[in-house]
Ligand binder design. Sequence first.
Ligand SMILES: C[S@@+](CC[C@H](N)C(=O)[O-])C[C@H]1O[C@@H](n2cnc3c(N)ncnc32)[C@H](O)[C@@H]1O
Length: 333
Amino acid sequence: MIEKETISVIKKFTSALLENSLNQAEIEKSLNEIHAHFQRITDITGFDSKIEHLAAVPTAKGKALGLNHAAQCLLDHKRTVKFLQAIVAAIKAKQKEQPGEVINLFYAGCGPYAPFITLVAPLFHCEEVQFSLLEINKKSLDSSKRLINSLGLNDYIQEFYLEDAVIFDVQNADSFHILISETLDALLYRECYVPILFNLLPQFNENITLIPENVLINLSLATQTKSNQDSTEYNVGSILNVRESVASYAGVRQTPSNLTDEKIDLSTLEIKNYETILLDTQVHIYDDIWLNRNESQLTQPLGIKLEHPLQYNTIIFTYYLEPEIELKCTFQQ
Ligand SMILES: C[S@@+](CC[C@H](N)C(=O)[O-])C[C@H]1O[C@@H](n2cnc3c(N)ncnc32)[C@H](O)[C@@H]1O
């Protein structure tokens, strides 16, 4: 039986969201209510202790978040809201560019609730938007199928793929207008956003809209530790700009084992005035929609305390894709 009540809760929420008529407390209340419906329909709470729901899934490069964590992403409220606003805006922009054309979305990493279809599709007609979903975790994919079926959204689906987006070959790649892959963690640690871009972006046509559009890791210096209100900050700049970095390898067939180093010369920075280095993950979702510091789990800053007098003048940041996905820094005299 189709879950008409849940669909009406979803439509009411997303319509109000797009009219900007909800405050933060109302947004959280509505998303929690939607989560309760999704839990009931899928039997996935996001909070149980079954080992297969906790474990991360290995991919060709990096790790896919465990099922519980993937489910909990829905409740990362500001993140979910900004992604929803971005996806709806991107669909509308494509409809304006290509009136009358069906807008095809490729959704890599849908998780157990596939929120970027289950909360988006009800706003459109299935003759306007079509989704292909890909997920590496079988339980997540099965759960998203069950939810989509219960919500009566099957007509919006072209394909479900149980595959690894890091190595997947997309069929009819030219037909897609929008690629969604929220496969991120703070500091791009372990998860697959970067190798997924290396694999998928060259397969689509150059007008594809990617959501999130880009991720930056920014370096700043703080006079005191981050908990202190009186701390002042100096913004040094980005030490990683994913899209620029990926574009610089255009034409290279193999994904590199690490991205180009970024060297920061501390001797020019009055470093003695600062106590802490801050690394921020900033997610450029779409157009003017950004996820900034502390708005989400993805944008929690990392503070590194400086021990004065410093024994080094240069910090080198390197983002590795092998053997593990992680940002590392080394220090040089
Ligand atoms: C951060 S969760 C997001 C889930 C959902 N899209 C959301 O926004 O709530 C990322 C999802 O991507 C999946 N994933 C990560 N890496 C993947 C890969 N290489 N191939 C396919 N799926 C992947 C994970 O299993 C997880 O379900």
